[in-house]
Design a protein around this ligand. Structure first.
Ligand SMILES: NC(=O)c1ccc[n+]([C@@H]2O[C@H](COP(=O)([O-])OP(=O)(O)OC[C@H]3O[C@@H](n4cnc5c(N)ncnc54)[C@H](OP(=O)(O)O)[C@@H]3O)[C@@H](O)[C@H]2O)c1
Length: 348
């Protein structure tokens, strides 16, 4: 069994890690941290897990305890776990970081997008961006996995085939994202508090959301040239789910068949991608991936104006966070990719 610790285990992504790992055949969770719930059983923070993890209680974050694990999943707010991650790696512990701390390769991008000087640029080089469909070959043996952001995951998966197959007329993509409230974490703020959020339909960070930096990094790598992404999230009133609609213009001569082929080829054989033909019996909706690690992908071409749109629907807490982190961890350890993740989504 691989001994796993979860830092920030009382939060939403920490709770999803615990839910997924409860059924993982190769993992034993040995240490879970929280300041607020220190000393309390797991179900105090996650009532859905009553009856699971009966011998385990939340504990304060102490480096020496985390060092006893083989792998640490860090589900802390960005910035909080930076130093802990570096120390764990130094001692040979594998880290899967769900925060943004190690996702960007360029240290200067942290100054620009997150407003701080990254203290470990050498680790940025070593980190593997944990999107399995794009980085499968780098994951085996990876010591530091930087798990992607949820909006970035959906934006990249929606547009990767268009970029990879050079179908776009320009290097600019506009990604419209609709996101559920759990994206903001378990600590309420004025704008995420239920009376303010229920029924909402509003843009936020409309002039530059941080996840655009990840999408640009990954899509530029895929294109072998610069790709610019404008990403605008909208708060909607569901709890889970992200829908990304990535808009671009087709190069002259590119047909709907070319687009269909690009999506089919890019995602052929990928365990957690379902490419869906949109129509009477096909839709891309976060509702139909809830609770699962699937990304449902679709596309549409409006021939008249040569507009193409790629769609991706995910559960932000699973495919956009804990599930994807476990998928990448499984690959890094040579385990079956779907260990702990092999169940269908909910319906209705
Ligand atoms: N929510 C999503 O959809 C999503 C998707 C992808 C990635 N992420 C990323 O995953 C991370 C966790 O997100 P979340 O939504 O789970 O947030 P959350 O619900 O607010 O959970 C944060 C966790 O970190 C702990 N924590 C907070 N401040 C701390 C500190 N200073 N020292 C030690 N522990 C601290 C909290 O517990 P205590 O306060 O009790 O210590 C809690 O367990 C974030 O970096 C987020 O950006 C989130």
């Amino acid at each position: 069994m691989i001994r796993v610790a979860i830092l920030g285990g009382s939060g939403y992504t920490g709770g999803e890690l615990l839910r997924i790992l409860a059924a993982h055949p190769y993992v034993e969770v040995v240490y879970v941290t929280s300041r607020e719930y220190a000393g309390a059983p797991i179900y105090f923070a996650h009532p859905n897990l009553r009856g699971y993890y009966q011998g385990l209680r939340f504990e304060k974050l102490v480096l020496d305890k985390a060092l006893e694990a083989d792998t640490v999943f860090s589900a802390l707010p960005h910035g909080v776990g930076l130093e802990t991650t570096a120390k764990l790696l130094e001692s040979g512990v594998q880290v899967v970081d769900l925060s943004a701390d190690y996702r960007l390769k360029d240290p200067g991008a942290y100054r620009e997008w997150y407003g701080f000087e990254h203290p470990y640029p050498d680790l940025l080089e070593k980190a593997v961006y944990g999107l399995p469909e794009l980085h499968r070959d780098e994951l085996p043996g990876a010591r530091l996995i930087a798990s992607p952001g949820c909006n970035a995951t959906a934006a990249i998966l929606a547009s990767a085939p268009l970029v990879k197959h050079r179908l776009l007329a320009t290097n600019r993509i506009i990604v419209d994202v609709k996101a559920g409230s759990s994206e903001r974490g378990s600590k309420p703020s004025r704008s995420s508090h239920h009376p303010e959020r229920e029924g909402a339909m509003r843009p936020y960070s409309p002039s530059g959301h941080r996840h655009a930096a990840e999408a640009e990094q990954e899509l530029s790598r895929l294109a072998d040239g610069e790709v610019r992404v404008s990403l605008i999230p909208h708060a909607v009133s569901s709890i889970r789910g992200v829908l990304a609609s990535a808009h671009g213009w087709l190069r002259d001569g590119v047909t709907g068949t070319d687009v269909a082929r690009a999506y089919a080829e890019t995602y052929r054989g990928q365990r957690f991608i379902r490419v869906i033909a949109l129509g009477k019996h096909g839709t891309v909706d976060p509702k139909f991936v809830q609770g699962s690690n699937y990304a449902d992908i679709g596309y549409a071409v409006e021939k008249r104006v040569a507009r193409v749109t790629g769609f991706a629907a995910i559960d932000n807490l699973v495919r956009g966070a804990a599930g994807q982190a476990v998928q990448a961890f499984n690959i890094s350890r040579g385990l079956p990719e779907d260990a702990g993740l092999a169940y269908p989504p909910l319906h209705p």
